[in-house]
Design a protein around this ligand. Structure first.
Ligand SMILES: Nc1ncnc2c1ncn2[C@@H]1O[C@H](COP(=O)(O)OP(=O)(O)O)[C@@H](O)[C@H]1O
Ligand SMILES: [Mg+2]
Length: 247
């Protein structure tokens, strides 16, 4: 336990969010719990939380450098991030560059079809309703976001896609698809929150198309954490690896 942690605000499937002494900031603890298939598949994997926190922090820093507002303040421990406290928008914003997973089950895309422009999808982040897909009209009618805010969310998500796709491709990985969540900061800005990690992306080796993400767990295969460790090693620079004892 670190002393900045105060009361637990909420506990989700993979992270705990704590209040801190500063009302504008929260502490996000990345746990080792992993779930898939709408909570139907669960496990606890040593170091998974730390790897996701390290990867997310790196991505947030890169995005900040490109002018995208993110929640990231600092990593105070390998699995504990100090972040801006956000009033979360209950949307899972999904961006896809290649057709795979549920897209193939639901629509007549070809396997691994390149999606250009990328396909954007909004799901309602709501466990009771099992995260149904929304459209603009439903989002506006439910007062989840306004038309202008949705347009801004689309623009930011496409920029995240471009920045991270390029960064990862230079390191031998294809960003196949990802999910992001946004929230409002105290000034009403739309800010990227939550995490971007192998739990929330599909990352493929650019040559073999081997997975380095949660699909390994979804398929019931071994080596999930080893794959996440490969991603940590690919994205962190030497200084960052030394700081967090990654070899
Ligand atoms: N910066 C933030 N401020 C407040 N809440 C956040 C922030 N970033 C993420 N959250 C919320 O923290 C919760 C915990 O994360 P997670 O374990 O992934 O939960 P879930 O099971 O709901 O996806 C999520 O509901 C997420 O929306
Ligand atoms: Mg989550």
């Amino acid at each position: 336990m670190t002393d900045v942690k105060k009361e637990l605000l909420y506990t989700g499937k993979a992270k705990n969010v704590y209040k801190t002494e500063n009302d504008d900031e929260v502490l996000i603890e990345f746990r080792d719990d992993i779930t898939a298939l709408d909570g139907g598949k669960k496990d606890t994997l040593n170091k998974k939380g730390a790897y996701n926190a390290l990867i997310s922090s790196k991505f947030f820093k890169i995005l900040e450098d490109e002018g995208i507002l993110t929640q990231f303040i600092k990593l105070i421990n390998e699995n504990e991030m100090i972040a801006k406290s956000l009033d979360m928008i209950p949307l899972e914003v999904i961006c896809r560059n290649i057709a795979t997973g549920s897209l193939l089950r639901k629509y007549p895309f070809h396997k691994n079809q390149h999606l250009q422009p990328p396909v954007l999808q909004f799901d309602y982040k709501n466990d009771v309703y099992h995260d149904p897909m929304l459209n603009d009209s439903i989002i506006i009618a439910l007062e989840i976001a306004t038309e202008e805010q949705l347009q801004q969310i689309r623009q930011i998500t496409l920029k995240i896609n471009k920045v991270l796709s390029e960064f990862l491709y230079e390191r031998g990985l294809i960003l196949v698809d990802f999910k992001v969540e946004f929230g409002f900061d105290k000034d009403g800005n739309i800010v990227l929150g939550d995490e971007i990690s192998p739990d929330t992306t599909r990352l493929w080796d650019s040559e073999t198309h081997k997975n380095f993400d949660k699909d390994i767990f979804r398929k019931g295969e071994e080596g999930v954490v080893d794959a996440y460790e490969v991603v940590v090693n690919l994205v962190l620079n030497d200084e960052e690896k030394q700081k967090w004892n990654i070899d």
